[in-house]
Design a protein around this ligand. Sequence first.
Ligand SMILES: Cc1cc2nc3c(=O)[nH]c(=O)nc-3n(C[C@H](O)[C@H](O)[C@H](O)COP(=O)(O)OP(=O)(O)OC[C@H]3O[C@@H](n4cnc5c(N)ncnc54)[C@H](O)[C@@H]3O)c2cc1C
Ligand code: FES
Length: 506
Amino acid sequence: MNNAEKPDLRNGVSLATVPDGGKILGVVDGEDVLLVRHGTEFFAVGGNCTHYHGPLADGLVVDDEVRCPWHHACFSLRTGEALRAPALDPIPRWHIEQIGESVFVKEKVMPAGPKRVSTTAHPSSIIIIGGGAAGLAAADMLRRDGYSGPVTMISADGAPPCDRPNLSKDFLAGTAAEEWLPLRPPEWYSERKIDLVLNSRVTSLDTTRNTISTEDGKTYAYGALLLATGSDPVKLPLEGANPSQVFYLRSLADSKAIVAKAKSAKQAVVVGASFIGLEVAASLRAKGIAVHVVAPEQVPMERILGSRIGTFIRSLHESHGVVFHLGETVKRVDGGKVTLSGGATIEADFIVLGVGVRPSIDLAAQAGLRIDRGIVVNEYLETSAPGVLAAGDVARWPDPHTRSQIRVEHWVVAERQGQTAAKNMLGAHERFEAVPFFWSQHYDVPINYVGHAEEWDTIDIEGDVEKRNCSVSYKRDGRTLAQVTIFRDLESLKAESEMEKVISTP
Ligand SMILES: Cc1cc2nc3c(=O)[nH]c(=O)nc-3n(C[C@H](O)[C@H](O)[C@H](O)COP(=O)(O)OP(=O)(O)OC[C@H]3O[C@@H](n4cnc5c(N)ncnc54)[C@H](O)[C@@H]3O)c2cc1C
Ligand code: FES
């Protein structure tokens, strides 16, 4: 719909045309504005999500919140605040006036400053180890929630926190500029007095003295500490390979190295047929590079998504020219020749390995924190050491939906855990109860996943997978544990909302 077709909401809307929970997309002074009804109340908020500009008109209204259809960010209709990542910034709001049977959108509301809070119970200082999704979202929330003490974010990475999911998608494909990648500009840190220390690896943690030390010999004391050290790619030795032909993908530097290599390359081998490997394959195809994917499984992502979706993803990639070598591994590399376990050979200018990640838990393990294939945290994201919390890829938490301890590697979960951890460092005592969510993008096909299913006994498919219009439920004992949707964003949001209800009524 272009702006000329949208109603000017200053001219008024009849109450009768907006049912409870309903919304109307209009314009005010050229800006998209969403008019939403919740019971007898009306709200007017910006029509676009502040994450990737998703259309909130296609989202879901849950009580006095609106949720984005693309990656499930959630905004308060009352304040515009981004209540849940991946959006971090608020949406604008407009005043409303109800006259008789009509509602009119009036002038824009001025944004509110940070909350004023009592600081007596706050830690003297906060250190965040890790400059990724969880770390940045935590720092953001600390300042949003009015924490005024020192915040130091220490990252082993040379680049400030960036939009990591983009590194295998648009940035690698060449359709997103590098300037779009930083989650925050440099002045954001200085304005909020967040001390961002880059290129600095924390090598020891002393939970009795409340100190950490970095490899360059500096020691920092903390009042409260967040461990948000993420994951490292699993390294796979390839016999005969020269290190200069082998690439991994975790950081901006990694992605830039692949972009640089791809400039002069004609063919590549991707080892691994899971999310990172296949997103890399799609992005390299967008650059016109011939791509061979080598992986030991027979169906890509079958263990996570089942065989039907896995087979669909395979044929989607094949329709874009990707050649699969499934049930195979790399036996050896001789210059530009890659020999597979079955004896076939492939020419490759370079090789990208996407064979999984391991949570970066060495620091926590060395400090004696409780570890179980991740850093064990309770429902408040507290580790076994007082004043030390963990969030993101490293944290194994008690998920109330599956009723088990789980650890996932999802962007949105990492950010939301960072937000909850920040609140809890300030004394909120808030349980982490968000339903896990992730998305993946292959060419023009987005795959949204809500919930968490490591095992299931039934898969129910509604719609048509091959026609890219489906909703797939993964069930155990009749209970839906997870749902995948393709081009059914509203159903994905509804599934998330239903799963939340199950959590609140155990
Ligand atoms: C290319 C790529 C694409 C992805 N796409 C998606 C997607 O589409 N959807 C999705 O849901 N998820 C996606 N993910 C996964 C998602 O990015 C991660 O789940 C998320 O980044 C985890 O956040 P985190 O804060 O736990 O860790 P990270 O974002 O990895 O941040 C960890 C930080 O800790 C630092 N660090 C580690 N150890 C130390 C130390 N000892 N001292 C100091 N600093 C340290 C690291 O340098 C890094 O800055 C993708 C991941 C990659 C790599
Ligand atoms: S565009 Fe709204 S959550 Fe991503």
